[in-house]
Design a protein around this ligand. Structure first.
Ligand code: NAD
Ligand code: LMR
Length: 329
């Protein structure tokens, strides 16, 4: 049976994450090896030529699943009939820029894109915001799309999740595949909280296996939370292939489900669980099944975790207040 192609829109397609992302989408890693895709690439006018070059390379791969590529600087066209939207293009912080200026500049991108999604995307649209500040950009886009169920707007903390698993594996000598139920709480920023108290290593409680509070507080948490800055320092550019890989993981898990007994981390609109104010786009532990996600309920949150979750959530609340004052939500 021939499957209908899925329309996947990628913004910031000519950027470095876009370059690492598009070939994997086209080769079937985003949705599955039997799912054909149409790519829609949205760029600003200055990015169109480079996007065309990337499209030429995509053509040259002769991917059997790639049914079409459209390149545009018009958001209404880019999101027309979109089933999956990866919002990667964003305004980076430049020297001397205040946080308010950054939020305002990104509001100018994510508000119209949210509206275009509202007006033109397919009914089953799923949105992942990668462009920073990802959680608050997702909130801006979601607020501009009142006709789309709020839960379809998500922000990426899967890179943080993957980073935390890798650090934990290195510390304990465990295989990455033996680590389950790790959680990133809060914002994709230096305040995020990677939580190992409910994580398991080959079926044993990870915090007990580690049994090293100093490492947890002084090494693990800051290493994961500041990894983005460390990559920039080392590479001279922000993470790209690992960010693209996490975006692939995020959508693949959302659509195809979490493994039995495991969960993942996604930035999603809060329903008030774990004391996170309703509506904030915060990272939670989630299980995915049948194309939907649900927050894992009933976890005991100890004082160590509570303080850190609250700090990250407070930052998200401040960002929400700031964009509200700017009239962006
Ligand atoms: P980049 O500068 O290489 O590329 C960004 C691209 O977006 C550029 O080609 C630019 O022309 C385009 N763009 C800008 N405004 C646009 C708009 N309105 N519509 C469409 N395209 C637009 O940046 P990058 O390295 O690809 O990173 C992209 C974003 O992802 C940054 O905000 C970065 O901070 C963020 N990021 C997030 C995570 C995460 O874990 N959430 C990880 C890494 C990077
Ligand atoms: C990352 O976590 O690698 C990025 O969010 C860093 C950045 O500022 O782009």
């Amino acid at each position: 049976m021939t499957r209908t192609p899925v329309n996947v829109t990628v913004t910031g397609a000519a950027g470095q994450i876009g370059y690492a992302l598009l070939f994997r989408i086209a080769s079937g890693h985003l949705l599955g090896a039997d799912v054909p895709v149409n790519l829609r690439l949205l760029e600003i006018p200055q990015g169109l030529k480079a996007a065309e070059g990337t499209a030429m390379e995509l053509d040259d791969c002769a991917f059997p699943l790639l049914r079409g590529i459209e390149i545009t600087d018009n958001a209404d066209k880019a999101f027309d009939g979109a089933n999956v939207a990866l919002l990667v293009g964003a305004r980076p912080r430049t020297k001397g820029m205040e946080r308010g200026d950054l939020l305002a500049a990104n509001g100018g991108i994510f508000k119209p894109q949210g509206k275009a999604i509202n007006d033109h995307a397919a009914d089953d649209i799923r949105v992942l915001v990668v462009g920073n500040p990802a959680n608050t950009n997702a909130l801006i886009a979601q607020a501009a799309a009142p006709d789309v169920p709020a839960e379809r707007f998500t922000a990426m903390t899967r890179l943080d999740h993957n980073r935390a698993i890798s650090q934990l594996a290195a510390k304990t000598g465990a295989a990455v595949s033996d680590i389950k139920r790790l959680t990133i709480w809060g914002n994709h920023s230096a305040t995020q909280y990677p939580d190992i108290f409910h994580a398991e290593i080959a079926g044993k409680n990870a915090a007990e296996v580690v049994n090293d509070q100093a490492w947890l507080a002084d090494e693990f948490i800051p290493t994961v939370a500041k990894r983005g800055a460390a990559i920039i320092e080392a590479r001279g550019a922000s993470s790209a292939a690992s960010a693209a890989n996490a975006a692939i993981d995020h959508i693949h898990t959302w659509v195809n489900g979490t493994a039995e007994g495991d969960w993942t981390s996604m930035g999603i609109p809060s329903d008030g669980s774990y004391g996170v104010p309703e509506g904030l786009i915060s990272s939670f532990p989630v299980v995915c099944k049948d194309g939907k996600y649900e927050i894992v309920q009933g976890l005991d949150i100890n004082e160590f975790s509570r303080t850190r979750i609250d700090a990250s959530v407070a930052e998200l609340s401040e960002e929400r207040d700031a964009v509200r004052e700017l009239g962006l939500i």
